[in-house]
Each structure stands twice: as C-alpha cells, then as structure tokens.
Design a protein. Structure first.
Length: 144
C-alpha cells in the first residue's frame, strides 16, 4: 500500500512538473527519448472518446481488477499486475477529472507520448498476460 501511494504521488509530481516546465509539442527530429508536454484528450493513441465514458470505463476496469485480484489472492502475480494497472488508471483518471486530458511527457521515437501511469499499466498488463499463460487461468473454465 505504501509503495502504491508513493508511485501515485510520483506520477502526480512528474505530471505537474511536465505541465509547468515542459514546452508543448514534439521533437523536431527523430529521437529515441525526449521530454515534451502532450495533452492527451482521448485514450491510447489519442483515440477521441468522451471523457464521461472514459471515467465510467476506468471505474469499471478498476472495480473488476480489484475483484479479480481478491478472487485470485493466492496468485501473487495477479495481485501485483492488477495493482500496477489500478495505480496507473487512477493516475490518469485524476488527470482526466482535473484537467479534461491526460498529461503525457515522455516522447518515444519522436511520436508516442506516455507517462509513468502508462508504464505501470503496460507492465501490469504484461504481468497478467504472462501469469495467465503460466497458470492457464482461462483454459477449461467451463469443464468441471
């Protein structure tokens, strides 16, 4: 719980730093890694979706992940993966509610804008994917 809180605070801190100190835009040339302010008005890849739907969907995903984590509490990877996704989702949800957009500040390959919350979500999804493969969580659910 302390680590999750620390990561949420770090995410908020870096986003506020980006909002106040980085110029908005993108690198002039291809760069593996750069830092600019990007106001993401949509969801992944700037797909435009009304903020009310994003907020409702975020709460639904958070609720499902918490329930699934509790249901599978004996599998540590599910708890950790779900927690990473929930923490990341909360970080981006705070932005959407407060500003109407998500604050991205890490620009990868001169094109993709992400933030710490996105990195947590990506790692969490990866962990859940590999955990599912390892434990075969969805195989033969209807048999028994």
């Amino acid at each position: 719980m302390v680590l999750s809180t620390t990561v949420v605070i770090a995410d908020i801190f870096f986003k506020r730093l980006a909002l106040t100190h980085l110029s908005e835009g993108a690198p002039d040339s291809f760069s593996l890694l750069s830092f600019f302010l990007h106001k993401n008005m949509g969801i992944i890849f700037n797909i435009p979706i009304p903020i009310s739907l994003v907020v409702i969907a975020s709460f639904a995903v958070i609720g499902i992940l918490i329930w699934w984590s509790i249901k599978n509490k004996s599998i540590t990877e599910i708890t950790v993966g779900s927690t990473l996704i929930v923490v990341g989702a909360i970080g981006n949800l705070i932005d959407r509610i407060q500003y109407g957009f998500t604050i991205d500040y890490i620009i990868l390959f001169g094109r993709s804008a992400i933030n710490l919350a996105d990195i947590l979500i990506f790692i969490g999804i990866g962990l859940l994917f590999f955990t599912q493969k390892k434990h075969r969580l969805f195989d033969n659910q209807t048999k028994n």
